[in-house]
Design a protein around this ligand. Structure first.
Ligand SMILES: [Zn+2]
Length: 182
């Protein structure tokens, strides 16, 4: 890690409520939740993990494309952490045995600043991304039958099931792939 790196400052926070992607195709990345089955999620995650690992080998990996927009490296750190959070949330649903579980709030922008995503070593993140996607893919292969309907509520009140959580999760992953490769 070079000591000459300068802190680019926080990115512009994304405060949008993205739950609409569960009912309409995303006009940006093209993901269509209605055309995706939760059973496809592990395979989608494994392919995406490989693509993020490839992005981390790019020469421009530290470059922010615009003021307030994460670099590919910062996006890769973000999706690594999204994989861990979403794996934890699914485990929480399954541990709930069908009772409604409540997710703790996760502030993605605060996490990016705290963990200093911009300072990360792309080679290290490559390994972490690969492990995080594999662990998430393994976890999302576990639910079966009615477990996909088991409920959860996010801290802002948004209601999920294991199935809608899985689709919300893979949209996030695919959308950021579009962010770094479009
Ligand atoms: Zn999208």
């Amino acid at each position: 890690m070079s000591e000459s790196l300068t802190d680019p400052g926080p990115s512009t926070p994304d405060d949008a409520d993205w739950t609409w992607v569960l009912s309409s195709p995303c006009p940006d990345c093209g993901f269509d939740a209605a055309a995706t089955a939760p059973g496809e999620v592990p395979a989608i995650l494994r392919v995406a993990g490989q693509r993020y690992a490839a992005v981390l080998g790019r020469d421009d990996v530290r470059n922010r494309p615009a003021e307030g927009v994460w670099s590919p490296l910062e996006y890769a750190c973000h999706v690594r952490d999204v994989c861990d959070v979403m794996r934890g949330r699914l485990e929480q649903i399954l541990a709930g045995g069908g009772e409604v579980v409540r997710f703790a709030n996760w502030d993605q922008d605060e996490t990016a600043v705290e963990r200093q995503y911009w300072r990360s070593d792309p080679g290290v993140v490559q390994g972490e991304v690969t492990s995080a996607f594999e662990a998430a893919a393994t976890a999302y292969a576990l639910p079966s039958g009615t477990q996909w309907e088991w409920p959860a509520v996010r801290s802002n009140g948004a209601e999920f099931t294991a199935a809608t959580l899985s689709l919300y999760f893979v949209h996030d992953i695919r959308h950021h792939l579009w962010d770094v490769t479009a």
